[in-house]
Design a binder for this molecule. Structure first.
Ligand code: ZN
Length: 290
């Protein structure tokens, strides 16, 4: 049975598809990530299975694409695959496409295609660390302008990353690119009409993300990829009070199991009237869903 929009209780803003094609595209990162997070390597999960899981939870899932062809040489899964998954399961899936910013005009064309032809609602997860770029460089501004023109949300990875973690040299990925200020703050300032999501609590720069969200209403934080029981008290305090309209539930599945996130979030001292905002309302507003 398709999930009726009126029955939706939450929107998971951060879901990484794990079909055979996506797992294959990760290359050695698949086993490295599994080892780092202390779990067996991911078994492929089809879109149909994933859709059923979210139907059961009465949740929408924002499917993110990802790429790092410039640093790894491995080709990303086409954004068409995400679009097709949304087409097959429109009751539970929302899709974001991804681009390689260094490709210039091609990247710009792909942003337009994501919006106009594929019906995707955002671009992400952009990972400045794995893609080796500073988002605030002016040469990328035409890309963000294009995203703004099509009202696409931009979702950037922030802070430490699981990718490469626990290996000598971290697979060559540099954390310096993943800092919220100035890289994301600059874009948020220069494109006030563009909505930006800083993904994850962004450790060790959590305060920077909180500051941007406090300062600029077009900046959101997704709480994915981090076990809520380890959320620093300052994050919990802001999420429950002055930033309650800017925080988004996200799991980062398969890195974080959805039920674990929900269970631990339930135990945090956040008032019952704020919880539906974080779980559903803020994302609905951001994605302009009816
Ligand atoms: Zn991430």
């Amino acid at each position: 049975m398709p999930l009726a929009r009126a029955d939706v209780v939450a929107i998971d803003m951060h879901v990484h598809p794990q079909t055979e094609e996506f797992v294959a595209s990760m290359g050695p990162r698949a086993t490295q990530m599994a080892a780092y997070f202390g779990r067996p390597a991911d078994k492929p999960v089809s879109f149909a299975e994933l859709a059923d899981q979210y139907r059961e939870r009465k949740m929408l899932a924002v499917l993110l694409n990802t790429t790092d062809v410039a640093s790894s040489g491995r080709r990303a899964v086409s954004n068409d695959v995400i679009a097709q998954a949304v087409k097959s399961h429109p009751d539970v899936f929302i899709g974001f496409g991804v681009i390689e910013p260094q490709l210039g005009h091609l990247a710009r064309d792909e942003i337009r295609r994501c919006a106009e032809e594929l019906g995707l609602l955002g671009i992400g997860e952009l990972n400045p660390g794995r893609q080796a770029f500073y988002p605030n460089e002016e040469r990328y501004y035409p890309l963000w302008e294009e995203a703004a023109r099509h009202k696409l949300v931009l979702l950037f990875h922030g802070g430490m990353m699981g990718a490469g973690a626990g290996t000598p040299g971290g697979l060559g990925y540099k954390l310096k690119y993943c800092r919220p200020i100035p890289y994301l703050d600059d874009i948020a300032a220069d494109f006030p009409e563009l909505n930006i999501v800083g993904a994850h609590p962004a450790w060790p720069w959590q305060e920077e993300s909180l500051a941007i969200a406090r300062h600029k209403t077009n900046f959101y934080i997704d709480l994915s990829g981090w076990a809520p029981r380890y959320f620093p008290s300052q994050l919990v305090q802001y999420a429950g009070t002055i930033l309650q309209d800017r925080m988004l539930f996200g799991s980062d599945w398969p890195v974080m199991q959805v039920e674990r996130w929900l269970d631990e979030f339930e135990r945090l001292p956040i008032k019952p009237d704020v919880r539906p905002k974080i779980m559903l309302e803020n994302a609905r507003h951001l994605l302009q869903l009816a």
